[in-house]
Design a protein around this ligand. Structure first.
Ligand SMILES: C[S@@+](CC[C@H](N)C(=O)[O-])C[C@H]1O[C@@H](n2cnc3c(N)ncnc32)[C@H](O)[C@@H]1O
Length: 321
């Protein structure tokens, strides 16, 4: 059996009866004792749900940058593919506000895969665009250094790496400095998907559409008006925790406050989930808050409407929107 990933030696002492059983098992299956031990350890680790990249896993590719989405917070929402990518990489980097500040994405990895070593890279969260660009360029240079040394580098992000994430600009900056860089993305479950699941909110159905937007300032929070005026458009709002009361007012005006839900710190300690109206009552929430302002139900489910739908279906006019 060949192992494309690095292997490391370990020694175990076995009591006599296990040693004899191991010899017998190896002879009976034409394998070495080491192969039998490896298979037993793999089965044990897989049974805990924390299987490391196994023999079939791909080897790290020198000079590859992999954006890995780790989900919104609940460590059980990290994908098997993401865990494999983290265990395969030579280096796992996590964005942080400072070298000694553990970020959210790093916390998720610590909980989901304690065996993975995470290295922080500090991003200056500067309000000035040029300052941010300079900080991004400095991180890109660091990443390029590791890639040039032949490492595969994984960069973790909260949720999905291609949705409001530092990975997109970072990958662009790295490819500018090192055009030969191969970039791969492992998608992650997004915060709004988690909130929809937790509140059993249908996002879209039939011919409805979904709009994802931010509400960093109050003006931005009110600007979702056009989408909100379309009753068949569900509006997801990110970065709007500070403006929950404004969002609740907008939802009321659009006659969807009764369906509107909000989630703060989803899957993390201090989590709050509920109707937008309830969460907004206590004032602004934190940065990690997501709001869903759902479209009207595409399919009427009340018994009264269902009956009338059934009778209309008989006349050929019961087509769903
Ligand atoms: C920088 S964006 C990251 C989005 C992420 N890449 C995704 O795919 O969901 C940060 C925003 O995502 C949302 N968010 C991410 N994680 C969240 C969580 N655990 N609970 C609530 N909202 C979250 C919030 O709206 C937050 O302001």
């Amino acid at each position: 059996m060949s192992y494309p990933t690095r292997v490391r030696k370990t020694s175990v002492y076995l009591p006599d009866h296990l040693k004899r059983a191991l010899e017998a098992r190896a002879a009976a299956t034409s394998r070495s004792e080491a192969e039998v031990v490896r298979a037993a350890v793999e089965a044990e680790v897989a049974a805990t749900g924390r299987a490391p990249a196994g023999p079939a896993a791909e080897a790290p590719r020198p000079g590859r940058l992999v954006g890995v989405g780790v989900g919104p917070g609940d460590p059980e929402l990290i994908t098997v593919k993401a865990l494999r990518a983290l265990r395969r990489a030579d280096r796992v980097l996590a964005p942080a506000t400072a070298a000694d500040a553990v970020g959210r994405a790093e916390t998720i990895v610590r909980e989901a895969a304690a065996d993975v070593r995470v290295q922080r890279v500090a991003f200056a969260m500067h309000p000035d665009v040029d300052e941010r660009a300079r900080a991004m360029a400095a991180v890109a240079e660091t990443v390029v250094g590791y890639l040039a040394e032949g490492e595969e580098v994984a960069f973790i992000t909260l949720g999905d790496p291609l949705t409001y994430s530092t990975f997109s600009p970072l990958a662009g900056a790295v490819q500018e400095l090192r055009p030969a860089t191969e970039v791969e993305v492992v998608p992650g479950i997004m915060a709004f998907q988690s909130l929809a699941a937790r509140t059993q909110t249908t996002l879209v159905d039939e011919r409805q559409r979904l709009s994802i937007r931010t509400a960093l300032d109050a003006e931005d929070a009110e600007a979702g008006g056009e989408d909100l005026r379309d009753p068949d458009c569900t509006v997801v709002v990110y970065k709007g925790g500070r403006h929950l009361p404004v969002l609740a007012t907008a939802a009321k005006e659009a006659e969807r406050l009764d369906r509107a839900v909000a989630g703060e710190l989803l899957g993390m300690s201090g989590e709050r989930i509920g109707h937008l109206a309830e969460l907004a009552e206590t004032g602004p929430a934190g940065y990690l808050a997501t709001v869903i302002l759902p479209a009207r139900p595409a399919v009427e489910t009340s018994p009264r409407r269902s009956r009338s739908n059934r009778s209309r279906a008989g006349t050929g006019t019961g087509r769903k929107r």
